[in-house]
Design a protein. Structure first.
Ligand code: SF4
Ligand code: SF4
Length: 56
């Protein structure tokens, strides 16, 4: 299962450059993870200041 970003995301952008496969992008209201690209490394979850990212 890919990691997912909850609605607690404040769009700070910290996670996006940390993803090794470019799976994170900015959406209209928050950042999103493309489940087809995510390799479940967990890096993004470790850097999110609001704890918004978890394994889906
Ligand atoms: S778990 Fe890893 S591959 Fe998946 S979105 Fe986060 S940083 Fe990218
Ligand atoms: S690091 Fe967390 S709060 Fe910041 S954009 Fe990513 S998911 Fe949202």
């Amino acid at each position: 299962m890919a990691y997912v970003i909850s609605d607690a995301c404040v769009s700070c952008g910290t996670c996006e450059p940390e993803c090794p496969v470019g799976a994170i992008s900015q959406g209209d209201t928050q950042y999103n993870i493309d489940p087809d690209k995510c390799i479940d490394c967990g890096t993004c979850a470790g850097v999110c200041p609001t704890g918004s990212i978890s394994q889906g």
